[in-house]
Design a protein around this ligand. Sequence first.
Ligand SMILES: Cc1cc2nc3c(=O)[nH]c(=O)nc-3n(C[C@H](O)[C@H](O)[C@H](O)COP(=O)(O)OP(=O)(O)OC[C@H]3O[C@@H](n4cnc5c(N)ncnc54)[C@H](O)[C@@H]3O)c2cc1C
Length: 424
Amino acid sequence: MRTILIVGGGVSGTLVAAGLLRATHPLHIVVVEPRPTLGRGLAYSTRCCAHLMNVPAGKLSLVEEQPNHFVEWLRENFYSWATDYSFVPRSVYGRYVGDFFAVRRRAARPDVDLQHVRLEVIRMERKAAGYRAYLSDGSSLSADAVVLATGNPPPSDEVIPEGPFRRSGRYFPSAWHPGALECVNQHGAVLLLGSGLTAIDAAVSLEESGHRGVIHLVSRHGLLPRAHPRRRPANALGFGLRPAPLRQLVAQVRREAARTGTGGWYHVMDALRADTPRLWQRLTTEDQRRFLRHVRVYWDVHRHRMAPDVASMIARMTEQGRVQVHAGRIQQVHLGPAGLEVEVRPRGRPSPKCLSVDRLINCTAPESDYRKLKHPLWTSLFASRLIDAGPLGMGLKTTEQGELVSPDGRVLAGLFTLGPPRLG
Ligand SMILES: Cc1cc2nc3c(=O)[nH]c(=O)nc-3n(C[C@H](O)[C@H](O)[C@H](O)COP(=O)(O)OP(=O)(O)OC[C@H]3O[C@@H](n4cnc5c(N)ncnc54)[C@H](O)[C@@H]3O)c2cc1C
């Protein structure tokens, strides 16, 4: 019997498992995932009901031939009023993924079995036939093939200055770090480094937990994600792009957004969704670099949008002066008797300003350079030359099918990845 090991049981790993459960031959599937429930991962484990999906329900079906599958499931199980333009809590989507997986598991043949091991994989080796994975309790297991479905790495802390404040209990290296969003001094100011969806999530959690102090969001450009419109926009246009130099693509997108008038950019961004990987892969390396340097920040805020209710909450907190967005960089952080003194250099201005805060939480994007990750699984995979960094150092190098490619260009039989590691 073949054994397939899936490392990580978030949405990516669980859907791979759900696919394998349809095997028509004997198969042993092992999912190594420390969380108690499969299908939730980081995004859908949240218990905060104000953490909403940032995609409307009509685009979230897990059944390709039934685009309304999620909406129908919602109507049967949670909200009879759900429409394909409902933005539902992320925890509800986690339940949907779990239900979908459970149905597949029940329908599997008796000789196709699945085991959930609640541990972490900390090292992996290639063997004559297949792979050997070493787990966090000291045990190990062998597999014929491995799928790395490990999700987003934590953010880099290179953007945070060094100093004793890092060990003061007032600095949190990520919003998901234990305690980062708990036991906050109710009226104390909080500084969130970053102003993307993670910072928005953190601000929403703080509000929901009763925090009433000021929340500073500091990022290089000081741009917040745009909001989905409250009412469903009219049908998408037949807009599409063919691979072309970056300058030309940007001009076409801007022209189309202007032509379609107020709110027309929603359609333009949505229409690009399916083409994005192909457009990106056909850019020259120089254009890809240019995109990352100059365009990405604008792309991100238009592409990854806030659900309408989340946007209203943030707008209200901004009006009350409780959310304050700053464009700039953190220069220094001093540990004072009552908290942290953070020196921020505003964008385009030479003199810094000082923000006194109770705690500082790193809400910047996940580290995209896997060579910098300190988790032993990644250090061991790089050290044994089983994996290589992806294009421009982002994610991992893979084939179109997600097979990992070693530094000497070999496609490794039976070693795959999907989701965030394929960012590049
Ligand atoms: C906070 C947040 C909110 C998001 N909201 C949305 C949204 O509203 N809409 C949307 O479309 N997308 C959203 N996303 C994007 C989201 O990343 C993807 O939709 C999807 O959840 C990614 O799934 P994944 O399984 O690849 O990763 P993850 O969900 O991160 O799962 C990876 C799993 O791997 C496990 N793991 C990691 N390393 C190991 C190891 N060494 N051994 C064993 N297990 C390991 C982790 O415990 C984790 O459970 C959000 C992402 C985040 C982080």
